[in-house]
Write a protein that binds this ligand. Structure first.
Ligand code: NOJ
Length: 755
């Protein structure tokens, strides 16, 4: 790191040698004594107002991601009362803000710039849920690193990602931002994304292709009742600890630098004031040493929640819960000083919070060069590099999930003559990036239409086109001409879905069918009896029961990002054989949600051989299983799993159970399969899920090729929170399955565990 002698560094040196700094009780993130000394030195120079300023984050308003707050940032920057800003990007916009802070403030502490870099910054990758369907952790890490590289070249040194909230309810608009419903996969994805954004350890933070990551939203935000955003999460302590917290712990163990609070309450306590979450769990149990930022105005909202009579009390509650930084609410700035002076918040807790924030600024190298993320030349040369676009296309094609396929896909370049391209998503560009698409230019995303034209150039395929209808609204005036075009075609390819802002924050739905008149059009189209494939571009599992009955093929394309059309053309043409597997169950209808594979058996499960049995835990009008389960996804080839063998039937503490199986490609094309290992603990001191994912491997095989896969299970894999909330494995009997989906039980084996 090159060291520049700034006025500030001179001040720090003086402080380091002359002040008898009273070392605060903060435990540093890096554990580096030199950094700790620097942090203490800076702290010793600060007034209480300046400290509270560090705990304050302002919005730059370049993007709007929440209710607009009134305060103008410049005067505060000049007084050194801004620790961080967000919602502003590009060197041109960010540099003057940093300059204002450095030129006029007393201590010249650099400002930390955050941004929602969720699934890409300029080069937009598939939305996070889609990307998780690739089950490819290396690629997830790669996309996070590219996003970090692009963002770090445009003034940003902190991303509000990854979102590691487990999501089980397709109504919730934010399912698109996470890795789906599963804890095991969620932990691994959290780890991959944190390392992608930040690197392997704190020393990597100094690099200009990493940014601080933020595990959000702590906690159980995904459990919002009825899938309505910001709603109360009604979760037991057990479910919280078993399902919702583990991906956060994985993020912490991967070194995540920051956490963000959640808007919801749990058991009467809004997360942003939860001592249980932020002191007992995060600090005492997990020893997290980074800093915690609130979600947008979440301290102010403690008043609306009804646990604070005013913002002064809200400031006190949040600070005493250990919340270090106030995102855009201005509550700390306005109230914290008085609360400290009144003895309601200790000076020590302020010092600890500020130390955590200062340390990150040191680790990023901001004290040495506050402009190190603001280099015009780097910005120019980094933006949407060809290699980034190639990576985005590679990841996008691997995120597509083939849900049904009866002789439609792939559309061979030499086979059919006329293909009618119909639907509002065929030429759509604006929705392809999905929500939270950073500074991705929606006009640069490749439409499906353009992707197909390029792919089939020079082939025998003739394309015709009609939009038929919009993504929403009731206008059916385009039906007639679209049906005429379909009538003349050999094959119809329909692309439909949800407008991008129908998912993401504050975008929940109670009806999760295709919006508007899209399904009405499909019903008309069905009458023509043409071979029809449906491509879906959307942000959540939809109710596709009708489409599953009536369409010949369904391809879930999600929001694939900048290269969407090219990636989809790769899959549709068969140049890439789809390998995506769902990470969130698709219900048969909205009445089934929340629905997830790792559910409890209940005392009255429906017998497998008697689906009509009475007085069982089921519905009258629909079966219990989802339409498409977790782990499900088709390929253009076929696979079989055989010879599942265990090295022992009794696993003992300290030993390993190995599970071997042979995967074979039994079809005629190269393909990739995700082999999944599920385990069921048959009885325990508390009830256990009907199955839980415990391992997976993605394998590519040529036609006729086989490969032996091996999984291992040890005591740690069988641990859960027992009746006394101790995390242990109990002696007992287990089942396991090696399968290609959570619903496939063909390869079942048994074992037991003994201490
Ligand atoms: C509110 C969202 O809940 C959070 O995820 C996001 O990071 C912030 N706004 C900042 O945009």
């Amino acid at each position: 790191m090159k060291t520049k002698l700034t006025l500030f560094s001179i001040l720090v040196c003086i402080a380091m040698f002359s002040c008898n700094t009273s070392k605060s009780k903060y435990k540093s993130y890096s554990g580096d004594a030199e950094i700790e000394r620097k942090v203490d030195s800076v702290l010793s120079l600060m007034t209480l107002e300046e400290k509270i300023g560090q705990m304050t984050q302002f919005s730059g308003r370049g993007d709007i991601t929440g209710p607009e707050m009134q305060n103008e940032v410049m005067p505060y920057l000049k007084k050194g009362l801004v620790g961080s800003m967000f919602n502003e990007a590009t060197v041109e916009k960010v540099r003057p803000l940093q300059e204002a802070a450095l030129a006029e403030s007393r201590l010249k502490i650099p400002v930390l710039f955050g941004y929602d870099v969720i699934h890409g910054f300029r080069t937009i990758f598939p939305m996070s849920l889609a990307e998780s369907c690739s089950w490819d952790l290396d690629l997830m890490k790669e996309s996070a690193r590219i996003a970090a590289t692009e963002a770090a070249a445009e003034g940003i040194s902190w991303t509000f990602a990854p979102m590691v909230d487990i999501a089980r309810d397709a109504r919730w608009g934010r399912v698109m931002e996470g890795a789906g419903e599963d804890v095991y996969l969620g932990k691994l994805v959290a780890t991959a994304r944190v390392k992608g954004f930040q690197g392997e350890g704190w020393k990597d933070l100094e690099s200009t292709n990493t940014v601080l990551a933020c595990a959000k939203h702590f906690a159980a935000y995904g459990a919002a009742e009825a899938g309505r955003d910001y709603n109360t999460a009604e979760v037991s302590e057990r479910t919280l600890n078993e399902i919702y917290l583990p991906p956060f712990l994985a993020a912490k163990e991967a070194g995540v630098a920051t956490f963000m609070t959640a808007f919801n309450e749990i058991g009467g306590v809004p997360c942003t004031a939860s001592k249980y979450l932020y002191k007992d769990v995060l600090r005492d149990r997990w020893d997290f040493r980074g800093f915690v930022v609130t979600d947008y105005t979440a301290i102010n909202e403690l008043v609306e929640h009804g646990i604070a009579k005013d913002e002064a009390q809200a400031a006190e509650l949040a600070a005493n819960a250990g919340i270090d930084m106030d995102m855009t609410g201005g509550v700390y700035l306005e109230n914290l000083k008085a609360q400290v002076e009144a003895g309601k918040v200790s000076m020590e807790s302020i010092d600890i919070a500020v130390s955590r924030i200062l340390e990150m600024k040191f680790l990023l190298g901001l004290f040495d060069d506050p402009y190190r993320y603001m280099d015009e030349a780097r910005q120019e040369s980094t933006r949407m590099k060809p290699a980034f676009l190639a990576s985005a296309r590679n990841i996008a094609k691997r995120s597509v999930v083939l849900l049904k396929n009866e002789n439609i896909f792939p559309i061979d370049k030499s086979s059919r003559k006329t293909v009618a391209l119909i639907g509002p998503m065929i030429k759509n560009q604006t929705s392809l990036n999905g929500e939270w698409a950073g500074r991705g230019d929606r006009n640069q995303s490749v439409s499906l239409f353009d992707g197909l034209q390029e792919k089939y150039k020079g082939s025998n395929i003739q394309f015709t086109y009609a939009s038929a209808c919009g993504l929403k609204g009731n206008d059916k005036s385009g039906f007639k001409s679209a049906l005429n075009i379909a009538r003349k075609a050999d094959l119809v390819l329909v692309a439909m879905g949800e407008d991008f802002n129908w998912s993401g924050e504050a975008a929940c739905r109670t009806n999760i069918q295709l919006p508007g008149v899209q399904q009405d059009f499909l019903k008309e189209l069905k009458k023509l009896n043409k071979p029809t494939g449906l491509v879906l571009v959307n942000g959540r599992p939809l109710d596709l029961s009708w489409e599953n009955e009536n369409m010949d093929a369904i391809m879930e394309a999600w929001y694939l990002g900048t290269t969407a059309g090219d990636a989809l053309a790769d899959v549709i043409s068969g140049d890439y054989n789809p390998s995506g597997k769902l990470t969130l169950s698709f219900p048969r209808n909205v009445g089934q949600v929340p629905i997830y594979y790792n559910a409890k058996n209940t005392g009255r499960p429906i017998p497998k051989d008697d689906p009509d049995a009475d007085y069982k835990s089921t519905y009258i009008d629909v079966e219990n299983s989802p339409l498409y389960p977790f782990g499900y996804g088709l390929s253009y080839t076929t696979f079989s799993i055989k010879d599942v063998k265990l090295n022992t039937n009794t696993l003992k503490s300290g030993e390993q159970l190995t599970v071997n199986a042979t995967l074979s490609n039994t079809g005629g094309l190269y393909g990739e399969e995700v082999v999944q290992l599920y385990v069921q603990d048959l009885y325990g001191s508390v009830s256990r899920p009907v199955k839980e994912l415990k391992g997976f491997e993605k394998v590519g095989l040529e036609p006729g090729e086989s490969k032996e896969i091996q999984f291992t299970i040890s005591e740690d894999d069988l641990k859960f929170f027992d009746i006394n909330m101790n995390f242990v494995a109990e002696d007992g009997d287990f089942k396991l399955w090696v399968s290609t989906s959570s619903s496939d039980e063909s390869n079942e084996r048994s074992f037991n565990f003994k201490h």
